[in-house]
Design a protein around this ligand. Structure first.
Ligand code: NIG
Length: 406
């Protein structure tokens, strides 16, 4: 099917190499064939070849690239509202984890859930995310922590990718926490991750490899061992870094050539400088900063250092029980001090780069995937200023309309 979207108020191309540039085109047209964009530009310059294609009327709405949630823990069992309430009363994330709550409690609930149960639940979450304009999602394991349980989570993501048009990047996070059965044998658990989990995960298909580097989780030296094994299996790297304290996570991210590093609330200037030099992208996670009551990272420190910034929901039952990416972008403006234009790039072009998919996602340019969202908004500033339950009027994924609102 070949089609042309016309009557577009403005369109933000968000060029992949555009620094702060939104690539705004007023009175735009967008032509696509099957899954791919063929042409984008001012409607008045639409080439004659495309003018006879089937027209789709945008109704004067504005168009942005499909949003990319580049950091989530989508498949999990149970919830942890009592921990949220305890943190509101003053308990810390670390104290709750030390008492057997936190990640360990979700590991129990996830192990108790069948693969089908996890699949059905994640499918429901994903459908609601797509209705908000999300067209690609990064999904982590890390709540199984045995070979079979980690594979169970990763198979759920494969099944979701086969069912929905949304693009999924799955990430192996065996080094999320040391499971209770290995409490007295950390070395043994790291060996299990490296020697048994990583080879089996690599057989399942391409995956990123992540590690939670933090006091109470994994040391930089343990993470280095895991990353070495992952690299030997061709897995690109990302990490949870400097979330609750400065553990040298940002420096490690640069050292191992991680494509991205998330959280970074406690990252040192030296860590950020190292990330800038290595080209590592910073992923800001405003829900987690707020629900764990840590001072949110001032994104201007990253931007001044020359680091590209992405924003994600970090959807998980502990630190970020919310999958509303536009709301996370609004918070990124309020607490991380991005401008609305920077926030839009952070969830499109930069997010695509953070998950290694910028060859086909994140920008509205010829050759890229036809993933776009029709918004009923006057401007990008207005979109992230007057925050609404859902400003997305229609969502196109791989060239097909996926969601309509009356
Ligand atoms: O990114 N920090 C580690 N992982 C998640 C939290 C996971 C959980 O609490 O279940 C995060 O915030």
């Amino acid at each position: 099917m070949t089609r042309v979207l016309t009557n577009i108020r403005w369109l933000a191309t968000c060029p992949a190499d555009g620094a702060d540039d939104l690539g705004l085109i007023v009175n735009a047209a967008l032509a696509w064939h099957e899954e791919r964009i063929c042409w984008v530009g001012p409607a008045a310059e639409l080439p004659a070849d495309y003018a006879c294609w089937e027209r789709v009327d945008a109704g004067g709405r504005s168009v942005i690239p499909g949003l990319i949630d580049c950091h989530t823990h989508l498949a999990f069992g149970g919830w942890r509202p009592e921990e949220f309430a305890a943190r509101c009363r003053g308990a810390t994330y670390g104290e709750i984890a030390a008492l057997g709550g936190g990640i360990a409690s979700t590991v129990n609930a996830t192990r108790a859930a069948s693969e089908d149960e996890l699949y059905e639940r994640s499918l429901g979450f994903l459908r609601e995310m797509m209705a908000l304009g999300v067209t690609a999602v990064e999904c982590k394991s890390g709540y199984g922590l045995t070979v079979e349980e980690e594979l169970k989570q990763l198979r759920v993501y494969q099944r979701l990718a086969a069912t929905l048009r949304v693009s999924i990047r799955s990430t192996f996070l065996g080094a999320h926490a040391v499971p209770p059965e290995f409490r007295n044998d950390r070395e043994g658990y790291v060996r299990l991750v490296c020697e048994e989990m990583i080879p089996r995960v690599a057989e399942l298909g391409p995956h990123f490899c992540d590690a939670f580097v933090e006091e109470g989780a994994f040391t930089p030296s343990e993470a280095r061992t895991v990353f070495r094994a992952a690299r030997d299996h061709g897995m690109p790297l990302t990490l949870h870094a400097d979330q609750l304290s400065d553990t040298g996570g940002a420096i490690l991210a640069a050292e191992v050539g991680a494509i991205s590093a998330a959280h970074l609330e406690y990252a040192s200037d030296a860590g950020l400088a190292a990330m800038a030099k290595a080209g590592t992208i910073a992923i800001l996670l405003p829900f987690a900063a707020l629900t764990t009551h840590v001072p949110p990272l001032d994104a201007r420190r990253c931007l001044r250092a020359g680091i590209r910034v992405a924003v994600a929901t970090n959807f998980n039952p502990g630190s970020a029980p919310c999958y509303h990416l536009p709301f996370a972008l609004w918070l990124a403006c309020c607490v991380h001090r991005l401008t609305p234009a920077q926030a839009l790039r952070a969830a499109t072009a930069n997010a695509a780069q953070a998950i290694g998919m910028s060859d086909r996602l994140g920008s509205l340019q010829a050759g890229k995937q036809a993933d776009f969202v029709l918004l009923d908004v006057e401007s990008v500033d207005h979109w992230l200023y007057h925050v609404r339950p859902n400003a997305a009027q229609a969502v196109y994924i791989r060239g097909e309309r996926d969601h309509d609102r009356p």
